[in-house]
Design a protein around this ligand. Structure first.
Ligand code: NAD
Ligand code: UDP
Length: 347
């Protein structure tokens, strides 16, 4: 695709992470030339292995808190779309350096919005269901303003994302950039970091390795899990959508289940008999979460297609191969001993 007589570019900040790597692949598959900016803080560099061989893909190691590198600034006029996914998404990881998490969301988003303004590019922010906090409205609709602590351990992320949304909509209101905001609900699939501490990766890796399975609290809290290919399809549709960008759009799978029910599915798929231990529920852990996706359906013609059983099966198979820990077969389950320690549990 061309712009001003030159090949146009799509920038993906956070493109080496779990969702970002799938998004980069989907964009390259559609014929876009992609520049991925990532500081590799929570990335699996191997996520990009296949992409790095392709001519339409370029990786630049960079922290978005810092001013954008000259290699980006000197090509400003070629950027047509900017996706901002840069930010650790797992609670233990975003809480490890809360100041950096907040700055990534605020200063990093501002740097990318300034690039969008200068380039005349469309900007998409990946916000989060965490802007609803521990919600009193269920399911969560975009009009709900949330119940968020600004002083607790999750605030660096929740409030950081809320501020990033504010900044993004202010740029749009001032006519400085055309924007889209996705509020993403829990997403899972291949390319998750095995030790990033999120529930799907933790439970699958623990089940495959035969180590203790950690359930925080009594496991009755709920989440709604979306398979990554559905989520990426939603992001692409939102970026390409011509409907009003002044309103955020929930992207997630409304299929709500308890953490205990999730564990039941994973134990069945892995054939694991690993012991289950209960750890304290982390502070401010939301009790319930489920998206209302009416707006995404109406505006983008989008809804998730991959059922949980199918998505989990693919994810388990991917982790088993990645970690050389085959699921139980007639000959018994092999132990996986090389797995790195799972990140801090209750925080
Ligand atoms: P991830 O941690 O796998 O990916 C985030 C990527 O951003 C990583 O590659 C990391 O190295 C990079 N990064 C972090 N800080 C950076 C910085 N300052 N500069 C440059 N790169 C930086 O997480 P993910 O699950 O792929 O999430 C992607 C985006 O989607 C995040 O913004 C997250 O907040 C949002 N999101 C994800 C979920 C989910 O369930 N996965 C839910 C809601 C929102
Ligand atoms: N959780 C759990 N065991 C784990 C990791 C997480 O029981 O090993 C719980 C966690 O307390 C939360 C839910 O699973 O209630 C989802 O956690 P995750 O960190 O994946 O996402 P988030 O809390 O940000 O939705």
């Amino acid at each position: 695709m061309m712009r001003n007589g030159k090949e146009s570019l799509v920038l993906v900040a956070g493109g080496a992470g779990f969702i970002g790597s799938h998004l980069c692949q989907a964009l390259v598959d559609r014929g876009h030339s992609v520049v991925c900016l990532d500081n590799l803080q929570t990335a699996r560099p191997s996520n990009l292995r296949a992409l790095e061989r392709l001519p339409g893909f370029e990786f630049i190691e960079h922290d978005v808190v810092q001013p954008l590198p000259a290699s980006v600034r000197e090509r400003t006029d070629r950027f047509t779309q900017i996706y901002n996914l840069a930010c650790a998404a797992s609670p233990p990881q975003y809480q490890a350096d809360p100041e950096h998490t907040m700055l990534t969301n605020v200063v990093g988003t501002d740097h990318l919005l300034k690039l969008a303004e200068a380039a005349g590019a469309r900007f998409l922010l990946t916000s989060t269901s965490e802007v609803y906090g521990d919600p009193e409205m269920h399911p969560q609709r975009e009009s709900y303003r949330g119940f968020v602590s600004c002083t607790g351990p999750r605030a660096c992320y929740d409030e950081g994302k809320r501020a990033a949304e504010t900044l993004t909509f202010d740029y749009a209101r001032m006519g400085r950039a055309e924007v889209r905001v996705a509020r993403i609900f829990n997403t899972y699939g291949p390319h998750m970091h095995p030790d990033d501490g999120r529930v799907v990766s933790n439970l699958i890796c623990q089940a495959l390795s035969g180590r203790e399975i950690t359930i925080y609290g009594d496991g009755s809290q709920t989440r709604s899990f979306c398979y990554v290919s559905d989520l990426v399809d939603g992001l692409l549709r939102l970026m390409d959508s011509e409907s009003d960008g002044m309103e955020p759009v929930n992207l997630g799978n409304p299929n709500e289940l308890t953490v205990n029910e999730l564990l039941g599915h994973i134990l069945k798929l892995t054939g694991s008999d690993a012991p289950v231990v209960h750890k304290p529920l982390p502070k401010d852990d939301p009790r319930r979460r489920r998206p209302d996706i009416g707006r995404a359906k109406a505006r983008l013609g989008w809804e998730p297609r991959v059922p949980l059983a199918e998505g989990l099966e693919k994810t388990v198979a991917w982790f088993a191969e990645e970690l050389d820990a085959p699921v139980r077969t007639g000959r018994g389950r092999r132990q996986w001993t090389d797995m790195p320690a799972v990140a801090a549990s209750a925080v």
